[in-house]
Design a protein around this ligand. Structure first.
Ligand code: BJW
Ligand code: ZN
Length: 252
């Protein structure tokens, strides 16, 4: 049996399936990934040096402008076939948990009702000092980082930067789901950033079949994992179609 058929067969019998997504899932929507060849602003700045609390403390307006640009990109983007296939998988499988490292909200826009967001959201903001949430509509996005009315701190995007803890509830829900899964799909992530990168290994140790969907081999691949080489927007709809075919064959 080839890799794809093994995945279909495992999905057919699984009671609990988990998918973890990374920036590659939104690449086909035109949202740049973190570690691939970069253009525009991305060529000028190393994302790893902007996505830190230190960078924000040094120059809040620069980090603010970078996030404002990314938010506008995301608002113009549309969910792609990979996002839609994941929303459909949730409807077809008995129990399915979607975990994302992405901050773009495209899974929700594709119809995924429940998404565990490990790294926050580009659409939410909070005070960097007192954490008060602040609503900032896309159409009224100020050019500079505003100041908190309560404490005078700078308002920042509610995302998780390097060196910051992930939201506790999201993290523990993600690890619980990884431990319960029989199939763990790791889609469009380089597998370099912790703790998200460890979810696949934890799931595998608990007995899951781990499947990576990516045009390039991710860093967190282990022996025994299945690697489906290709774009998420091509491979996920194939998985969905094969699942439906197998379902019909069995019903005959
Ligand atoms: C396609 C495709 C297509 C292309 N189809 N695929 C253990 C060891 C070493 C270091 C650490 C460790 N534990 C913690 C650390 C430090 C650090 C870390 O992991 N560093 C590594 C870089 C070494 N981690 C942290 O700091 C984390 N915090 C933490 O651990 O806190 C502990 C703590 C506890 C208590 C108190 C205090 C602290 C936080 C990590 C936060 C990451 N944040 C970012 C920014 C979010 C906001 C924003 O968007 O700006 O999250 S960084 C960035 O990386 C972003 C992403 O979510 C994340 C992952 O990237 P992703 O999604 O994998 O994207 P890429 O670009 O790397 O890969 C894209 C992939 O897609 C590629 O593989 C392509 O091939 C593929 N692709 N087209 C399918 N069409
Ligand atoms: Zn404040």
């Amino acid at each position: 049996m080839n890799g794809l058929e093994r995945v279909i067969s495992a999905l057919r019998s699984a009671q609990f399936v988990v998918a973890l997504t990374g920036a590659g899932v939104s690449a086909e929507s035109g949202v740049p990934t973190f570690r691939q060849a970069q253009t525009g602003l991305w060529a000028q700045f190393d994302p790893a040096e902007l996505a830190t609390p230190e960078a924000f403390a040094r120059n809040p307006d620069r980090v603010w402008a970078w996030y404002a640009w990314r938010r506008s990109l995301v608002e113009q983007a549309e969910p792609n076939p990979a996002h839609r296939a994941l929303a459909e998988l949730a409807r077809r499988l008995p129990r399915f948990t979607l975990i994302t490292q992405n901050v773009d909200g495209l899974h929700q826009r594709a119809g995924s009702a429940e998404v565990i967001e490990l790294h926050g959201s580009l659409q939410r903001y909070r005070c960097a000092i007192c954490a008060t949430p602040v609503a900032i509509p896309a159409e009224a996005h100020p050019p500079r980082s505003p100041v908190c009315v309560r404490c005078g701190g700078h308002i920042r995007p509610d995302v998780v930067w390097f060196g910051e803890p992930l939201p506790e509830a999201a993290l523990s829900a993600a690890f619980d789901a990884a431990r319960r899964a029989q199939v763990f799909l790791s889609i469009g992530t380089s597998g370099l950033v912790e703790p998200a990168a460890s979810l696949a290994r934890v799931s595998s140790r608990a007995g899951a079949l781990v499947v990576h969907v990516n045009p390039e081999q991710p860093a967190n691949m282990s022996a025994g994992d299945i690697y489906l080489c290709g774009r998420a927007g091509e491979i996920l709809p194939i998985i969905l179609a094969r699942l439906a075919e197998v379902g019909q064959e069995n019903a005959r």
